[in-house]
Structure formats: C-alpha cells, structure tokens
Design a protein around this ligand. Structure first.
Ligand code: NOJ
Length: 592
C-alpha cells in the first residue's frame, strides 16, 4: 500500500516536473535593459537599439537568455516611452523598425528571447486615437478613453494621479475632463470598450508573431476603474486622495485579463510577467494554472522602504526581519499557486545596494550577497542593467538634473509637506527612479563608455572609474564575475535543476535564526538539498542548522568542504554541531 502511494507521488511529481519544463521561461534568467541608458551607438547622448546589438556578446558572456527591453515604441518620452504614440513602430531616437527586427534575430541566434514592454493601461496624448478623441469626444475615439463632465468648474472627483496632481485633465471644451492614472500626457484607455480590447489584442499578436518571447506588462492592474464617487477623503495637503484603492484590481478586471490571455499570450506559449500587486488570496486567478499571466512582480519586498501611499520622503523604518518575512511570504504564497519573478531592481527603483545596505558597507561582499540571495530563489530571476556590476545611486546637484516626472512631483510634495529642500533632495538621492536610469557604466572611458557625446541625457555617476564592466571583467573577484557564476549555476550546472525546480524551505522563517540579520533557506528536490545562507549585516553572525534538518550535524560537517558550491569569502567556517559562522555580508551556497 505504502509502495503504491509512493509510486503515485512519484508519478505526480514527474508529471509536474515535465509540465514545468514545457514552460520554457522557468529556467530562464532575464536581463532588463533600459534602452535610453544602455549604450549609445550614434553619439547623441541617448542609448539606442544598435547600442544593444553591440552589447549582445557581453550579455551572452554573462549568461542571461531573456532580454526585457523597456518601451522602444514611438513616444514623446514624457515618461521615457511609457507614453506610447504608436504601438507598431520604433521611436526614431532608438533606431528603426529594421534595427528591432535585427535585434530579435540576433538575440535568437544566441539563444536569447526578447521580452517587450506592453503599456496598455494608457497611451500618449499624442497617439492618433487620443488626437481623434479630442476632436470629437462624442465620436468613436472618444469612447477609447475616459471622458467625464466636471461640476461647477471642478474635476469629476478629487483623486490624485500616481504622478501627482488631479487625475483629471480638462480638455478646454466646456467642462469636459479625461482621466489619467499617471501623467496628464498619459490618458487612460477605456477597456470597457470592446473596440479598444480588439485593437490591443491585434497589436499584441503582431509582436508575438514576430517571434518575441513575450511581454512585461505595465500597470495592468489599473485597467478596470471604479470611479463612481465625486468626493474621496483627502489624504494630503493637496486636498486629493490616493487613487490606488479605486483603480487597482477592481472586480470585473478578470474578464478583460482572461480575454487578453486567451486571444494572445496563451496560444503563443508566451512568457508574461505583469506589473501588478496581487493579494495572496487572489494570486491563483492571476498566476495559477489557468491564470491570466505566467508571473507577476511582487512589490512587498522592493517597496519595503516606502509607505503605501508612495511618498518617498516618509521613511518606513523597515528591518531585515520585515524584509525576510516579506520575501519568504512572497515565495511561499506564490509557490502554492504558480511561479515567481524575483527581482532586486528595475527602472522604477533606486539601486538595491543603496536601499538595503548602509552606505559604508556597499561593496563586493554586500553586492555578491544580495545577488546570491535573489538568484537562488524559486522563480525566474530578473537582473536590471548595472546590477551585475554593483552600480549605485547618484547624487545630483539640483532638481534640474532629474528627468523623471515622478521625482519632480515627489520633490514638490515633500516641500509642500514642510520638508526642507535639502531633505527633499536627500529623499531623491535615496529613492528617485533616475538612480536606476543613469547611463550604464561600461568602462573608465569618457561617459563610462556609454556615449561619445559630450553630454548624456542623464548624468553619469562619477564612480564609474571604479565601477565598470571593463574593470570588473579583469578582476576575477568582482561583483560581475560573481553574478556570472550565479547565473551559470542556475542555467548550466549540476545544481541547475534543484535551483530552478526545487522547493524553497525557509530557515527560521519567523526570524528565529540565531541572528536577526541572517537570511537563509534550503532549495531541495528528491536528490539534493542546497543551503543558501546570507549574512545581511555588517557584523559576524552565526547560523545554527538544526541537526535533524540536515540529517545529522556530523554528516553535514564531514561533507561541508567538498560540497561548497559558491561563496564570496572563500574561507567559510563551520563550528561543531552544524553552526555556520558568517563574516559580514558573507554568502554561502553549499550542498548538505
Ligand atoms: C510602470 C512603469 O514601470 C513606470 O516606469 C511607468 O512610469 C508607469 N508604469 C506608467 O506607465
């Protein structure tokens, strides 16, 4: 009887594993490119597609196999391409449509897939649909957007857009307004209109038919609105209220998302990763077997330093324990229903080293530790350009040095809130999205090798002389080489299967580790148990492994030397009874 049960479990397990393997994106490592800042090939101070092409060999060497390219469609660039004026063509500042076709082909030759950015909650106000809508708000294109009448010269309600100010913009015709969740140059599309949904599906299929691997999907939780009131309790000096509660994951969104998946992504077996915060109880709808997407990004650990209403200047006072709890909760909740998309950085985040590590401790050890912690998690890891060399935040001299609309808004809101200008600048240094958008640091040459032009669209971080790809390539003990090893472990080592498909078992999930600053977990499958242990602090720490868990401490002790897989100090110490002594920011991957 027990044998039969065991066989049945085996069969279920192998069926499950086979299904996992059919989902090609599960074993991928994604590298995110912010094209404007990656590599300038034309010498005008802006990155472009030919610049990306020139760096494909580097990306091949690094070992990643999916490239997420932030929007390269035609755009007036109010929000750096997240305001699209034409979904079918490349913006001339990035190159030509043919350059993009070449990028897709050249990537394919190297075994890489391209993930495009899909921005369909809104368009640019320069999109032909919106221009037509302005001419005739009552006409067919007027129904592509959300127009409402105001009252007594006031907007239809007092919701605040994510980038500050009213979410309603008057169109200068009587008392008509249109809704925009983000900047006023980004009018929201009306997903209730079937014609809009059809246009979007057609466009998505156009790109998928070109052979791209799939999409990262922008702000998709916002496509369904619940805008029935004319007044909300204000939560700021501006008399406005945070819109999130009324335009995020509203009931009925399921129908739109399911329809989109069925008409586009699913038939193409595409990788999709949605930018949408989903509570655990709704995760199954989003990423379960019949979910709308293959993955979603979880903000609970990356936005740990900002309050829910997203004011960067209000510190949250988070601790390593909070961070660990959020990270493990995210992993375990996701595991119950689907696949995760762990990430440390993206173009909306400051650099992870500045966020998670005290300034004086930023360096090789802390950067390799963060990389290890994230690249060994369960799910498809996303690496953001420059993360692999340990790029850091930049100190700008004045507000005028910032380009990001959200940063400018946050600065003014901070000042309006009574915070000094110095503190507001400090908040931008900590949190501005431009920290992640400054030019990639390739070498010690002019403009860090990013551009031959005298000026670059955003300033280059002066620390490029120390932190750059060329230099780190020459140093075997660099953050870059460490990342390369981590990627290889996941993609082509004997441990790859366990690291990709194995279970993740947190060690002391409730913070019961001997030290609050240790974050450790097992990755395990039927054949292997790997320990990933990270000291997230600047002091020595001990991690005591329960003898029962590791199958007898002695066994662990005997095996430890030959089973060390990767670590950043090269001198890991074990004490008796399976106690692991970790140096400041030490990370260890070993087999037990
Ligand atoms: C999320 C994108 O990541 C961000 O950069 C953009 O500003 C907003 N969505 C609006 O599209």
């Amino acid at each position: 009887m027990e044998d039969r049960m065991e066989n049945k479990n085996e069969m279920t397990r192998s069926r499950k594993e086979a299904a996992d393997r059919a989902d090609w994106w599960k074993s991928a490592v994604v590298y995110q490119i912010y094209p404007k800042s990656f590599q300038d090939s034309s010498g005008n101070g802006f990155g472009d597609i030919r610049g990306i092409l020139s760096r494909l060999d580097y990306l091949t060497w690094l070992g990643v196999n999916v490239l997420w390219i932030c929007p390269i469609y035609r755009s007036p660039m109010v929000d750096n391409g997240y305001d699209i004026a034409d979904y079918y063509h490349v913006d001339p500042s990035f190159g030509t449509d043919e350059d993009l076709d070449e990028l897709i082909r050249e990537a394919e030759k190297r075994g890489m897939k391209i993930l495009m950015d899909l921005v369909v909650n809104h368009t640019s106000d320069q999109h032909a649909w919106f221009q037509e809508a302005l001419k005739d708000p009552e006409g067919p294109y007027g129904k592509y957007y959300i127009f409402r009448k105001g009252k007594d010269g006031k907007a239809p309600d007092n919701l605040r857009s994510y980038f500050g100010g009213s979410a309603w913009e008057p169109v200068g015709r009587g008392d008509l307004y249109y809704f925009h969740a983000f900047a006023k140059e980004q009018p929201d599309l009306n997903w209730e209109n079937e014609a809009v949904r059809e246009e979007i599906s057609r466009m998505v299929n156009y790109w998928l038919d070109k052979g791209i691997g799939g999409f990262r999907i922008d702000a998709i939780g916002n496509i369904k609105k619940n805008l029935t009131r004319s007044y909300y309790e204000p939560d700021g000096e501006d008399g406005l209220a945070y819109a999130g509660a009324w335009i995020q994951n509203q009931p009925g969104i399921e129908d739109f998302l399911r329809e989109l998946d069925e008409k586009t992504f699913r038939p193409h077996n595409s990788m999709t990763v949605a930018e949408v915060g989903v509570p655990a109880e709704r995760l199954e709808d989003f990423i379960g077997e019949n979910g709308f997407f293959r993955m979603v990004f979880d903000f609970s650990y990356t936005d740990i330093d900002v309050p829910e209403t997203a004011e960067w200047y209000v510190p949250t006072g988070w601790t390593v324990k909070d961070f660990r709890n959020n990270l493990f909760r995210s992993q375990l909740d996701t595991r119950k229903v689907g696949w995760a998309a762990p990430y440390l950085e993206n173009h909306d985040q400051p650099r992870s080293l500045n966020k998670y590590i005290p300034e004086e401790d930023i360096g090789y050890y802390s950067a390799s530790m963060l990389g290890t912690l994230f690249l060994c998690l369960r799910g498809t890891p996303f690496i953001y350009q420059g993360q692999e060399i340990g790029m850091t935040n930049i100190r700008m001299d004045s507000l005028a040095d910032y380009d990001d609309v959200a940063s400018v808004d946050q600065y003014h809101r901070a000042v309006q809130h009574g915070i000094s200008r110095e503190e507001a600048m400090e908040a931008l240094y900590r949190r501005s999205r431009d920290n992640g958008r400054i030019p990639m640091q390739w070498s010690g040459k002019r403009n860090a090798g990013f551009s031959e032009n005298e000026k670059t669209w955003l300033k280059v971080n002066p620390n490029y002389l120390n932190i750059n790809v060329e230099k780190e390539m020459e140093e075997p003990e660099s953050v870059l080489h460490f990342y390369r090893k981590l990627i290889a472990l996941r993609r082509e080592s004997e441990y790859a299967d366990t690291l990709v498909y194995g279970e993740l078992v947190p060690i002391c999930p409730e913070g019961g580790a001997e030290s609050e600053d240790v974050i450790a977990y097992f990755r395990e499958d039927a054949g292997r148990r790997l320990l990933v242990a990270c000291n997230f602090g600047g002091k020595e720490q001990k991690l005591s492994l329960d003898a029962a868990v590791v199958n007898g401490a002695d066994a662990a002790l005997q095996m430890r030397e030959k089973q060390m897989i990767l670590d950043n100090y090269g001198k890991t110490r074990w004490e008796k009874d399976g106690i692991l002594c970790l140096h400041p920011y030490e990370c260890v991957i070993c087999e037990l």
